[in-house]
Design a protein around this ligand. Structure first.
Ligand SMILES: [Zn+2]
Length: 134
């Protein structure tokens, strides 16, 4: 239970209205005397500044991202298998030139290619977008 700021009567349901540029909490009857007040949108990001996710890096809907380590992972996995770029490229039916670019980090594999690399090399290239925060 609270009181209308205009007529002073007790009221269950209050409305915020603007009367002469001032916001009042008023009863339903008094609300007709002013314009409906719409509270300004308070910035939500203020609440948890540390949990801001790098939106730009998210490439999949399920919030996994290509690991920043992908170049190193691909190179190491390929070397462990004792394959050259050409041999791996042949196995995967892809261009060795592309593999070289991924390994230098000058090119990012797209999702399909990355999944293929994961399968052939047995590495994990997609990681949860917020895994490094937990
Ligand atoms: Zn009132």
């Amino acid at each position: 239970m609270s009181y209308c700021e205009l007529c002073g009567h007790q009221t269950f349901e209050k409305k915020m209205v603007i009367v002469d540029g001032t916001v009042f909490n008023v009863c339903i009857a008094c609300s007709k005397r002013g314009k409906p007040y719409v509270p300004p949108q308070i910035a939500v990001k203020k609440k948890k500044p540390l949990a801001v996710k790098p939106q730009k890096k998210i490439e999949l809907a399920d919030e996994t991202i290509l690991t920043p380590n992908f170049a190193k992972l691909i190179r190491e996995a390929r070397m462990k298998m004792g394959l050259t770029h050409e041999q791996l490229g042949m196995k995967m039916n892809e261009k060795a030139q592309l593999l070289k670019k991924f390994e230098t980090g000058s090119l990012k594999p797209d999702e399909i290619f990355a999944k293929k690399l994961e399968r052939y090399l047995g590495v994990k290239l997609y990681v949860s977008a917020n895994s490094d925060e937990e």
